[in-house]
Design a protein around this ligand. Sequence first.
Ligand SMILES: CC(C)(COP(=O)(O)OP(=O)(O)OC[C@H]1O[C@@H](n2cnc3c(N)ncnc32)[C@H](O)[C@@H]1OP(=O)(O)O)[C@@H](O)C(=O)NCCC(=O)NCCS
Length: 180
Amino acid sequence: MSYYKKIVGERVYLSPVDPNEVELYLKWMNEDRTLAVNFHQFSQMVSSKNDLRWLYEPPKDMHRFAIVLLENDGLIGSISLHNIDHLNRNAFIGIFIGGEGYRGQGYGAEAIRLILKYGFHTMNLHSINLSVNANNPAGISCYKKVGFREVGRLPEALFVDGRYVDKIFMAVLEDEFDGI
Ligand SMILES: CC(C)(COP(=O)(O)OP(=O)(O)OC[C@H]1O[C@@H](n2cnc3c(N)ncnc32)[C@H](O)[C@@H]1OP(=O)(O)O)[C@@H](O)C(=O)NCCC(=O)NCCS
């Protein structure tokens, strides 16, 4: 697999996505239920590379990276800045860490800090936002840890596992990030 150390942290780096890495993504989208449900893929059919176009062929307003372990160049997830709006200088973050064993280890928080720095200091963004299912405590806890705060919620906007849950919006401003 080919990964490039574009944005380097202490334990992970962010690389362009390797177009030959298909199997692991297909496995995650189908067998890692926590990931698939929270990343809104469980209700989709993901059976071939064709169904992963959003991963390999990101639109112009999206910068997508693979999250890779520095110690062994192993792929553990993906993170993106999407809906990048240069006029209003904002964007959204999307992230997943694949495999139960890699979650809750701080890798998600490190990857988000790296992409926030890239967003504010390289892309010249003013605010970075995200949305998260209200029944995703690990996600919410991770986002708060890196400086996001809740700015609103859509009540019962998502149908997850047989019930409606709120969709929470969170945001961080550039001066808030620089203050961390
Ligand atoms: C959300 C996600 C990217 C976070 O990455 P991560 O590497 O697991 O995050 P971190 O380890 O940096 O932080 C997670 C925090 O949540 C906490 N946490 C985990 N499970 C929890 C739970 N059930 N309740 C409350 N907190 C929980 C962890 O203890 C950790 O906090 P700590 O560092 O203070 O101990 C990752 O969990 C993931 O990919 N989940 C599945 C897909 C997903 O939800 N994507 C995001 C959609 S918005």
